[in-house]
Design a binder for this molecule. Structure first.
Ligand SMILES: *Cc1c(COP(=O)(O)O)cnc(C)c1O
Length: 396
């Protein structure tokens, strides 16, 4: 390059380098599609499988490597992969581990879009699925056949919050030599260690919607797939690389910035969730409060055996004599609780569901409302629930 390059060149190839040794509480943000190699030999020698160097933005930057390492340690795993959403984490696991002719078993109370993926894409690719009752490990054992290659787990179940005997389900799959993948979004690595469930048992794979607790802001979509076994990680990483799952550096930064407060937020939302779930027990409009830490809730004993903490998330089933419109009017009357999907952000949320349509096999009938606690003062949230209950004519 000449001594005095033209401005257009100098704006790109500038000699100034900032001083080394910068240190600050938060790591820097590294953005790249292109990664620059020092020479051709380095370009030809670098291997995307190794985290000793960089090849292309899609396959890792200092930002993504750092978040992968933090998520792996949070969950008690060895390696993690980042994907653009929690649902993409489920897709990656299915795509990496299942082939034409295989079968996957999914809990009947699993996260809905993951079930829909099995009904549509997996079916189209010649991969069959069956839904199993996670409350019945013996039945799961009977369902596992030669074609079964993967058992999904979720604790607790989505929306209806039944906590399964996770170690028993893992034991069943392990005894049959079938891989287990847990949707670990609720536990977030804090409520229990998915890789150490006791007695030498642990899941093979943890999929996590980082969208929820790790982000904590209600403003980022991201997922992760964590493993302990390096060979299994490489299988997943191969599919990850070939399918083009990238995450943006600004989103990675947002999650890295939120991670230090994760345990505090989890504990605060847990305390608020339990207080309000207790309060709902006294309300005559509801017949069931579905929160795994409440005695009497489905799977409470299994929750207690594994966890001391719970996510700030629960559902209530309104008495079936109330019309859906009455329950919807209650939800519409809420002021602090907003109507919307997702959870673990700063804003408390409520969503109504028709419980019989959603879980045909469940013992409950009527309208269910799922609450997720934000970070508002729990006393204000309770007052909001109270005023919304009073705003509805229940005796119509
Ligand atoms: C939210 C959620 C997902 C999906 O996460 P997205 O980032 O919204 O795709 C998967 N599983 C569970 C249990 C969830 O709560």
């Amino acid at each position: 390059m000449s001594e005095n390059p033209s401005p257009s060149t100098a704006l790109i190839h500038h000699p100034y380098q900032p001083p080394a040794g910068f240190a600050a509480p938060q790591p820097g943000v590294f953005k790249a599609s292109t990664v620059i190699f020092p020479n051709v030999a380095a370009l030809q020698a670098r291997d995307w499988k190794e985290k000793t160097g960089y090849t292309y933005g899609l396959h890792g930057t200092p930002s993504t490597f750092l978040l992968e390492a933090r998520i792996a340690s949070l969950e008690g795993g060895h390696d993690a992969l980042l994907v653009p959403s929690g649902l993409a984490a489920i897709t990656l696991v299915d795509m990496a581990l299942l082939a034409h002719g295989d079968e996957v078993l999914i809990p009947d109370n699993a996260y809905g879009p993951g079930k829909e993926l099995a009904r549509q894409e997996l079916a189209r690719w010649g991969i069959s699925h069956r839904f199993y009752d996670p409350a019945d490990p013996a039945r799961l054992a009977a369902m596992i056949g030669p074609a079964t290659k993967l058992v999904w787990l979720e604790a607790p179940g989505s929306i209806t919050m039944e906590f399964p005997d996770l170690p028993a389900l893992v034991r069943v799959a392990r005894d049959k030599g079938v891989l287990t993948a847990l949707d670990n979004t609720w536990g977030s690595g804090l409520a229990f260690n998915a890789f150490e469930l006791g007695g030498g048992l642990g899941v093979d794979i943890s999929a996590h919607a980082l969208t929820k607790f790790p982000s904590g802001g209600g403003d980022v979509l991201m997922g992760s797939v964590t493993t302990r076994d390096p060979a299994l990680h490489l299988r997943l990483k191969g599919t990850h690389m070939r399918s083009g799952w990238g995450v943006g550096a600004n989103d990675v930064e947002a999650v890295l910035r939120a991670l230090p407060s994760l345990p505090l937020r989890y504990a605060a939302q847990d305390a608020a969730g339990r207080a309000l779930a207790q309060w709902w027990l006294q309300q005559p409009q509801v017949t069931q409060v579905l929160h795994p830490a409440l005695p009497g809730a489905p799977g409470h004993a299994h929750w207690k055996a594994l966890c001391t903490q719970a996510a700030g998330l629960f559902s209530v089933v309104f008495d079936a004599r109330f019309r859906p419109q009455q329950v919807h009017a209650f939800v519409d009357a809420l002021k602090l609780f907003k109507i919307g999907y997702s959870w673990a952000g700063p804003v408390s949320l409520a969503v109504p569901y028709d419980v019989a349509a959603m879980r045909p096999g469940s013992p409950w009938r009527g309208t269910l409302v799922r609450f997720s606690l934000g970070l508002e003062d729990p006393a204000d949230l309770q007052a909001d629930l109270q005023q919304a209950l009073q705003a509805v004519r229940w005796d119509d």
